[in-house]
Design a protein around this ligand. Structure first.
Ligand SMILES: C[S@@+](CC[C@H](N)C(=O)[O-])C[C@H]1O[C@@H](n2cnc3c(N)ncnc32)[C@H](O)[C@@H]1O
Length: 139
């Protein structure tokens, strides 16, 4: 099995982003099975077709934890609704890694605003017994 990771931004000849991804791939022992593609996802998306897409967009730093409810417009670098719309041009099978305090009504909205509406499954992610994040599975 080969895993493709499309992540990273290249600005002024400096590759900023794939470092996290390549380190994570090494830590989990899958670096040899990952194709790294450097580019801006928003620009790359129209040329992509995949079976499944995993989105782990930036949450905007530690501030995510300072608000009671994290809303879709706080995702970086673009609003979560727009990000999801772009992602749907690649596949309806989208997985999103989101803050534990994300507005679940908005996550549900992503599913039912889609045409046709998508099914949604939400898993809570615990680390050391503490809720850290949620993962939303759309299909
Ligand atoms: C929360 S981290 C996710 C890291 C990921 N789980 C990994 O193992 O590499 C968010 C990642 O999205 C990247 N990112 C932000 N804006 C992007 C864009 N427009 N296109 C591609 N990647 C972007 C960031 O550089 C960062 O590596």
């Amino acid at each position: 099995m080969s895993i493709k990771v499309k992540s990273g931004i290249q600005k002024k000849g400096r590759v900023i982003l794939p470092i996290t991804t390549s380190l994570n791939a090494m830590v989990y022992g899958v670096a040899g099975r990952v194709d790294f593609v450097v580019g801006d996802f928003i620009q790359l998306a129209p040329s992509l077709k995949e079976d499944v897409l995993f989105l782990a967009p930036p949450w905007g730093g530690p501030m995510y934890n300072k608000v009671e409810t994290y809303t879709m417009n706080m995702l970086q670098p673009i609003d979560g609704y727009k990000l999801f719309q772009i992602a749907q041009s690649i596949t309806p099978n989208i997985i999103m890694f989101l803050p534990k305090n994300v507005d679940l009504a908005q996550v549900e909205e992503l599913a039912w605003l889609s045409s046709p509406p998508l099914t949604l499954e939400i898993k809570e992610n615990f680390v050391g017994g503490k809720l850290k994040a949620i993962t939303a599975y759309f299909s």
